[in-house]
Design a protein around this ligand. Structure first.
Ligand SMILES: Cc1cc2nc3c(=O)[nH]c(=O)nc-3n(C[C@H](O)[C@H](O)[C@H](O)COP(=O)(O)O)c2cc1C
Length: 357
């Protein structure tokens, strides 16, 4: 028998997406890939990085760039975190367990989604040593929200990531066309278990700053606000005791035609003025994207779909490969920019192009 040639390893996040697309049910691929409305923001997140150029320095004697970061909720070996994304069991049977093990292997932080298909306790048990944060959509039943906070604390999560860009659920055309409304095959949002039943996740337009104030009273975990795009909201967040912000538009899945995250990052960073770490997610696909975000004021970035593509292409191993690829790309780009540490990037290293490449 002729030995079968092993498939070539994907050499970048976009190649992992192609590999995942081959393996996933097309309806589930669309769920992961899609965005709201005309998907203008979805595309803008990626293309905005293409309008930014890096301006390297030379002869700076940089031997081994320093990648490690420390945030209010813990440290990571690189400035690339795993953003909270729902339903990992649609990408791999091990689901969020596999993702958490990949995060543990790569020594980065995984933000476990409220809409995880594995309960946060089981995610933690499956990946000893994993650095987990817990993402919350505040549920209008504050007593139930408080039980979620207690579970996250007991599972060892280092921070509470409160997503605030979903007062209602953004309509995604691909899911509408595909009729994708329910999880298949006995999969559930296991964090929503309440005794014998699974509660539906409620997206509530009634959620306000009062809820954030209440959360800071009921937990000593750092609160990270995810989904901030307006500089005034960034300042209000600081007034409410928030420990960090994530500039995010939910990967283009909520309000369409909001700006690309990297385009609003400088304004938010200026509004925060170093008073708290500012993170960014949306459209990060290369190490050079990470450098651009850090130069423009982010302390770290998070990646959503890239990790799902790794998981869909090759399970836990694929998720590790995606994270290690990004690490290697960041390291190489830092060396090529003559920058010794992720903390040394500054806005002068980025030029805005009039036209994209
Ligand atoms: C399939 C999918 C599911 C998501 N689920 C959640 C979620 O449950 N909670 C949340 O706060 N954000 C969720 N997000 C948004 C991500 O946390 C993140 O903001 C976004 O994916 C970043 O963009 P990127 O995919 O281009 O990296 C989801 C995104 C995707 C693609």
């Amino acid at each position: 028998m002729r030995p079968s040639n092993p498939a070539p390893e994907p050499a970048g996040v976009r190649e992992f997406e192609a590999a995942a697309r081959e393996r996933l049910d097309p309806v589930h691929y669309d769920y992961f890939a899609g965005g709201a409305g005309d998907e203008i923001t979805l595309r803008a997140n990626e293309s905005a990085f293409g309008r930014l150029a890096l301006l390297p320095r030379v002869l700076r004697g940089v031997e081994k760039p320093e990648l490690g970061i420390t945030l209010p909720g813990g440290s990571a070996s690189m400035p690339v975190l795993v953003a909270p994304t729902a339903f990992h069991c649609l990408a791999d049977p091990e689901g969020e367990r596999a993702t958490a093990r990949a995060a543990a292997t790569t020594e980065t932080i995984m933000i476990v989604s409220l809409a995880s298909t594995v309960a946060v306790e089981d995610v933690a048990a499956a990946a000893p040593g994993a650095r987990l944060w817990f993402q919350l959509f505040v549920q209008p039943d504050m007593a139930f929200t408080e039980t979620l906070v207690r579970r996250a604390e007991a599972a060892g999560c280092g921070a509470l990531v409160v997503t605030v860009d979903a007062p209602v659920f953004g309509t995604r055309g691909r899911d509408e066309r595909n009729g994708f409304h329910d999880l298949p095959g006995g999969l559930r949002c296991e964090n929503m278990r309440d005794g014998d039943r699974i509660r539906p996740i409620v997206f509530s337009p009634a959620i306000s700053w009062d809820h954030i104030a209440r959360l800071t009273e009921i937990t000593s975990l750092p609160i990270v606000l995810k989904g901030v795009l307006h500089p005034s909201d960034a300042r209000t967040a600081l007034d409410h005791g928030v420990s960090a912000l994530i500039v995010s538009n939910h990967g283009g899945r909520q309000l369409d035609t909001v700006p690309a995250t990297v385009d609003v990052l400088p304004e938010i960073a200026a509004a925060v003025g170093g008073a708290a770490p500012v993170l960014l997610d949306g459209g990060v696909r290369r190490g050079t994207d990470v450098l651009k975000a850090l130069a423009l004021g982010a302390s770290a970035v998070a990646v959503g779909r890239p990790v799902v593509w790794g998981l869909g292409a090759d399970g836990e191993r694929g998720a590790v490969r995606v994270l290690e690829l990004l690490r290697a790309e960041v390291e190489e780009a830092l060396a090529l920019c003559g920058v010794a540490s992720v903390h040394d990037l500054e806005p002068g290293m980025v030029r805005r192009l009039r036209r994209p490449w």
